[in-house]
Design a protein around this ligand. Sequence first.
Ligand SMILES: NC(=O)c1ccc[n+]([C@@H]2O[C@H](COP(=O)([O-])OP(=O)(O)OC[C@H]3O[C@@H](n4cnc5c(N)ncnc54)[C@H](OP(=O)(O)O)[C@@H]3O)[C@@H](O)[C@H]2O)c1
Length: 281
Amino acid sequence: MTQKTIVITGASDGIGAAAARILADRGHRLILLGRSREKAEAVARQTGAEVFVADFARLDDVRAVAAQIASAVGPGGIDVLANNAGGIFGDPTPTVDGFEKTLQVNHLAPFLLTGLLLPQLRQGGASIINTSSIGHRFFGKIDLDDLDNRRDFNANKAYGDAKLANVLFTVSLHTKLRDEGISAVAFHPGVVRTNFAAETTSAMRFTYRTPLLNLTLISPEKGGATLAWFIEGEPGTTWHSGRYYDQRKLTDKVNPQVRDAELAEGLWQRSADLVGLTGLV
Ligand SMILES: NC(=O)c1ccc[n+]([C@@H]2O[C@H](COP(=O)([O-])OP(=O)(O)OC[C@H]3O[C@@H](n4cnc5c(N)ncnc54)[C@H](OP(=O)(O)O)[C@@H]3O)[C@@H](O)[C@H]2O)c1
């Protein structure tokens, strides 16, 4: 197995932490990103990984951590970036950057991190793995003029939009960067028994917090194994770049907006404007 330099966000808990545990001892260089240093360091102790910390609800944190990671990886670059941090929240109070938190944590922050790490991703001929959700299909309907869902906030819709943005970002990364050797994929990890939905008031929390319903969910180890499968997989062989998978299964069951090339480009440009990354590619 080829040894890779792997960056995983949202690695302090749930699917990201489970993937890190699976990938430990396979000879990879693991770089974990968490929001809480204490939690991320606990996973690092179990996996022998390096740890960096950023709160995605603060874009300055993302800028700082991107610079730290760029300097740590050196000329070899990054082989895999797993944009996995995210969740459903419930309060439309803007972040310090002025954006709705669901949009920022799930989409704008990973967009910024990926953009700032592009030199290292180019060096590594990297795979970018975006943890999306089947919720993109059920709840997402992006309006570029109301990305923040300010008109009529609903936690499920905000989450569906942000996870749809993950898929559209994947399509754009593939379109714009495949000729430079960069691949991208988005996937739904299954309905996984994690800390997910702990911070929301959405009815979705009942699925994760009601003991009997909770029993029907798959284990974090299974969700993490799927993320690890994408991370260690080879684009073009294990999975196809630019596509969306339901766990490990390639599927055309996507939100119709995924096929809207104009929307994908519009979202890229709007996101770049919002995070101050214009002229990226
Ligand atoms: N669980 C499911 O059923 C399910 C289904 C579909 C998609 N997903 C997606 O899977 C991904 C991982 O979720 P999970 O199920 O593993 O949930 P989780 O156990 O809550 O883990 C989420 C991870 O994201 C991090 N995170 C949350 N807010 C953050 C912020 N503001 N800044 C930086 N990091 C932040 C968390 O850090 P802390 O440890 O500090 O909280 C944690 O490491 C998410 O993108 C989620 O949308 C999950």
